[in-house]
Design a protein around this ligand. Structure first.
Ligand code: GLU
Length: 420
C-alpha cells in the first residue's frame, strides 16, 4: 500500500494517492486507510427533461457522500458536459478534508450533472435543476447531505433546488442547500466567500514568505466566481497589481496592471475577457509562466502538471480551484521553493460561509456581513497556521500537511463512532 500506482491525471486516482501518502506519514492502520480510500455511498441517477424544442432528453447525474464521520455531508453540485463519476468522487473526498480542516461539524459530498449550461435556455436550466433534485431528494436533507453551488451552478439554481425540495417534503426547507439568494435564506458574504477566504490565507502566506502585497504582482487563471472576486479583492484589500487574467476563451495581460472594474464590465458585456481595452492577448501557457509574485489558479483540475510546473516563476500559488495541481507537479514546485496554499485550505471560504448559512437557516436568525467576514477570517487564519506548523513539524509540503491535519480529525471521529 505504500507506493500508489500512477494517477494518469484521473482526479480520483490523484485523490486516493494523496490519501495514501498521508496515511503513510501518519502510519494509519489498514482499516482506517480502507475507509478513507473509498466513498461511503454514491448515487447514479438518470432523469428525463422536456426541452424547449418539444423533445425529451435523458440526463445523467451523480451524488457522492464520501465520508460522514464528522456530520452530514456537504459539497457543491457541478453542471459540466465532461462530468464523470471519478471527478465527483475526488471532489467529494476533497470536501471531506476541507470541512475537517476548517473544523466544521460536516462530512464531504459532491454532485454533478452531465450537461452544458452554455447551450441551455433559462427554462431548460430550471427544469434540469428541479429534475435532478427530484431524483436525489431521498438522499439529501439538512441533517443528511447539503448541496451548494459549484462549477456552472449559481444562487438562482440553488433557489430552484430549495423550492423543489421544499415542495417535495411539504415544508420550507431552506437549510437543504446553501449558496441561496439573500431573499431565500442565503447568507450575507456567501457570494465572494471562496475568494475572500483565499485572500485571508494569501495574507498569511505573504507574511510567511516575506512578500509585501502592496508592491506585489498577481496573475489569475480563471475568471468565474472565484477568480473574478479574487481580482477585485486583491486590489481592494491589499493594492496588489493584477498583471494577467484568463478564462476559457483565452487570456489578457497588461504590464502596468489591469483595471479590474473595466475587465469585469467587459466580461459581463462580451462573456469573455479577450480584447478588453488596454490589454494584450496571451495564451494560458504563457500566463502560467509569467514573471509574477502570485499565481491564482481558479479554473479546473489538472492545470499545473509535470509538463509545465518547472516553468512557473510565482513565489506563491493560491489554489482557489479544486485539484488544479497534480502530485507530480507538487513535487516539482516544492523543490523549487514555491509556497503552495493547497486547494482544500485555500478555497475553504465557500463551504465555511455555507456552514454559517446552515446555522442561520436553522436559527432563522441572520448575521450581518461584517460578522461573517470576521468569523471567516478567524477560521481561515487558524487553519492556515495549523497547516503551516504541521508542514514545519513533519518537513512536508503544505498539501501533505493539510491532509495530516484533516485526516487525523476524521480518523478520530471514526474511532469515536466505533467504525475502526
Ligand atoms: N463548491 C464549493 C467547494 O468546492 C462550496 C461547497 C459548499 O459550500 O458546500 O468548496
Amino acid at each position: 500500500m505504500s507506493g500508489y500506482p500512477a494517477t494518469d491525471h484521473n482526479p480520483f486516482r490523484i485523490a486516493q494517492k494523496q490519501i495514501n501518502d498521508c496515511a503513510n506519514i501518519l502510519g494509519l492502520e489498514l482499516s482506517a486507510r480502507e475507509i478513507l480510500l473509498h466513498p461511503r455511498r454514491e448515487f447514479h441517477v438518470t432523469f428525463p427533461v422536456h426541452m424547449d424544442d418539444g423533445t425529451v432528453r435523458l440526463f445523467k447525474g451523480y451524488r457522492v457522500h464520501y465520508n460522514d464521520a464528522k456530520g452530514p455531508t456537504k459539497g457543491g453540485i457541478r453542471f459540466h458536459p465532461e462530468e464523470t463519476i471519478d471527478t465527483v468522487r475526488a471532489l467529494a473526498a476533497w470536501m471531506t478534508w476541507k470541512c475537517s480542516l476548517l473544523d466544521l461539524p460536516l462530512g464531504g459530498g459532491k454532485g454533478g450533472v452531465i450537461c452544458n449550461p452554455k447551450e441551455l435556455s433559462l427554462r431548460e436550466l430550471e427544469r434540469i435543476s428541479r429534475a435532478y433534485i427530484r431524483a436525489i431528494s431521498p438522499f439529501i436533507g439538512p441533517e443528511k447531505d447539503v448541496p451548494a453551488p459549484d462549477v456552472y451552478t449559481n444562487p438562482q439554481v440553488m433557489a430552484w433546488m430549495a423550492d423543489e425540495y421544499s415542495s417535495i417534503v411539504g415544508t420550507h426547507q431552506f437549510g437543504v442547500i446553501t449558496g441561496k439568494p439573500l431573499q431565500l435564506g442565503g447568507s450575507p458574504g456567501r457570494g465572494d466567500a471562496t475568494a475572500r477566504g483565499g485572500m485571508y490565507t494569501l495574507r498569511e502566506a505573504a507574511r510567511e514568505v516575506g512578500i509585501d502585497l502592496k508592491q506585489a504582482t498577481m496573475v489569475i487563471q480563471g475568471f468565474g466566481n472565484a477568480g473574478g472576486y479574487a481580482a477585485s479583492l486583491a486590489e481592494s484589500m491589499f493594492g496588489t497589481k493584477i498583471l494577467a487574467v484568463c478564462d476559457s476563451s483565452g487570456g489578457v495581460c497588461c504590464q502596468k496592471g489591469i483595471c479590474v472594474f473595466d475587465l469585469q464590465q467587459h466580461k459581463r458585456q462580451t462573456s469573455s475577457v479577450l480584447y478588453c481595452h488596454g490589454t494584450e492577448c496571451l495564451t494560458n501557457d504563457e500566463l502560467l509562466a509569467m514573471d509574477t509574485d502570485i499565481l491564482v489558479l481558479a479554473a479546473l483540475e489538472n492545470t499545473v502538471t509535470e509538463k509545465n510546473a518547472d516553468k512557473i516563476k510565482a513565489k506563491i500559488i493560491v489554489e482557489l480551484a479544486n485539484g488544479p495541481t497534480t502530485p507530480e507537479a507538487d513535487e516539482i514546485l516544492y523543490d523549487k521553493g514555491v509556497h503552495v496554499i493547497p486547494d482544500f485550505l485555500c478555497n475553504a471560504g465557500g463551504v465555511t460561509v455555507s456552514y454559517f448559512e446552515m446555522v442561520q437557516n436553522a436559527y432563522m436568525y441572520y448575521w450581518d456581513e461584517e460578522e461573517i467576514h470576521r468569523k471567516l477570517d478567524a477560521k481561515m487564519t487558524r487553519a492556515y497556521r495549523e497547516v503551516l506548523e504541521t508542514s514545519k513539524k513533519y518537513n512536508i509540503n503544505m498539501r501533505k500537511a493539510a491532509y495530516v491535519v484533516a485526516i487525523e480529525r476524521v480518523v478520530e471521529a471514526m474511532k469515536l463512532r466505533g467504525w475502526i
